[in-house]
Ligand binder design. Structure first.
Ligand code: SAH
Ligand code: SF4
Length: 433
């Protein structure tokens, strides 16, 4: 009988992709991927270290895996938290493996099964996994993530990613196109090209703009998305490529982090509010109706009430469709931790975060209501969670739409839907006949 491994992915889309690669590596070595912890001999937690609460969640889970609820599985922590904490995790885990050593996992597991504690957290300068065909765990069979690059060279002062994921590395165009073609051949209709900063993608003279065009040209039936982009590198070439291909989704995730130039400088973001607004205007001019989403950090080191208000003002002037919003969390080893003071009180951080969330909820509601009466091409992803009689899917702008089922319309189809009502989270509509 094959040994069964259960893999859990935490907090970030990159962990989801790399769990698929881990599954592929293990399956080749005769392991089986389990469907639950209960049936597994080995449990791997693929972790994120971006904020302290992401790590606290993992510690909670590690304690739970050691409880009587489970059958004492061999436990591994892999990914960013493994890279950051190393041997300190041995108290709760048997295997510790950083993001660049997944090819050695079969070996590490074998050693751990014979009773030892094992660790490998070596980082590499090379792309390690480009020829591995990921096993699509938990896939809906319609949308898939495709990693195109890894690591980050930007060193934003608050961020641990350059330390846990190492330097930026791009996959070759050929292996990316091959992976996407395989997905198309298996019936997939949507891919999201993933990297910490896809704008830095580079394989010879192939820039990200050229790559995304080549991917979109593989099939007009394939919707192509990407995440995420650093505003400092958002080129006109990419905007033109997006505008020129109807099947590149008209959705742009452009993390701003703060609306204050003083904060942006302290964060080492390398752009100003003025530069950011110029890029937003360029996107809107080339693609009217394109959605724009962002990431925001509340209460970074030295943030004043004026800086915070500037963030709220910027949110309103851009009119974001959606935002991921976080309270600043100090990360060991970062420039902010070593050279700045985490001086915004917890209460102020939470209050500012709540003001940011309230602002975004209103903006999302306003933008969604502006869609009422408009027609969108929706890629059907499946049955609505609330009702058997309804389906749901996404618009090119990445908004979720729920609508009544219709004979002959199935998961994976594109349908035109007219929006009839909207909340801050969802559009409701009907199929246009
Ligand atoms: N590479 C991407 C972001 C990856 S991390 C980019 O630069 O856009 C996702 C988000 O987590 C960041 O955009 C930031 O908003 C948030 N984040 C990163 N480090 C953080 C920290 N120390 N505290 C709070 N939020 C943080
Ligand atoms: Fe972190 Fe900045 Fe790199 Fe994004 S660009 S992963 S926020 S260092």
């Amino acid at each position: 009988m094959k040994t069964k491994v259960y893999i859990e992915s935490y907090d970030c889309r990159m962990t989801v992709v790399y769990s698929q690669i881990v599954a592929s590596i293990l399956k080749k070595e005769n392991y089986e991927i389990a469907n639950s912890v209960e049936e597994a001999t080995i449990v791997l937690l693929n972790t994120c270290a971006i904020r302290d609460n992401a790590e606290q969640k993992i510690f909670g889970r590690l304690n739970e895996l050691r409880s009587r609820k489970y059958n004492n599985p061999t436990v591994g922590v892999i990914g960013c938290m493994a890279e950051r904490l190393g041997e300190a995790l041995f108290e709760k885990a048997d295997i510790v493996a950083g993001p660049d050593v997944y090819r050695t996992l079969p070996n590490l597991i074998e050693q751990a099964l014979s009773g030892g504690k094992v660790i490998n957290t070596v980082l590499s300068n090379k792309e390690m996994y480009e020829d591995i065909e990921p096993v699509r765990l938990d896939s809906n069979g319609i949308s898939a993530f495709v990693a195109i690059m890894r690591g980050c060279n930007n060193f934003c002062s608050y961020c641990v990613v350059p330390y846990t994921r190492g330097r930026e590395r791009s996959r070759s165009v050929a292996t990316i196109l091959r992976e996407v073609q395989t997905l198309i051949d298996s019936g997939y209709k949507e891919v999201t090209l993933l990297g910490q900063n896809v704008n830095s993608y580079c394989d010879g003279d192939v820039t990200f703009a050229k790559l995304i065009k080549q991917v979109a040209e593989l099939s007009p039936e394939l919707r192509v998305r990407f995440a995420t982009s650093h505003p400092k590198d958002l080129s006109d070439e990419l905007i033109e490529a997006m505008a020129s291909m109807p099947n590149i989704a008209k959705a742009f995730h452009l993390p701003v982090q703060s609306g204050s130039n003083v904060m942006l400088k302290a964060m080492n973001r390398k752009y100003t509010v003025e530069w950011y607004m110029d890029r937003v205007n360029a996107l809107r001019k080339a693609m009217p109706g394109c959605s724009i989403t962002t990431d925001i950090i509340a209460g970074f080191c030295g943030e004043t009430e004026d800086d915070h208000r500037a963030t709220i003002e910027l949110m309103k002037s851009v009119g974001y469709d959606y935002a991921f919003m976080f309270a600043y969390s100090q990360r060991p080893g970062t420039v902010a931790e070593q050279k700045m003071s985490d001086d915004v009180s917890k209460e102020d951080k939470i209050r500012r975060l709540n003001e940011i969330i309230d602002t975004q909820n209103l903006l999302s509601l306003h933008n969604n209501q502006a869609d009422i009466g408009k027609k969108f091409t929706v890629l059907v992803e499946g049955r609505s969670k609330r009702s058997e009689k309804q389906l749901f899917g996404r618009t090119s702008q990445n908004k979720v739409v729920v609508f009544d089922k219709m004979e002959g319309v199935e998961k994976g189809d594109y349908v035109d839907v007219i929006v009839r009502s909207a909340s801050s989270a969802t559009l409701k509509g009907e199929i246009d006949m």
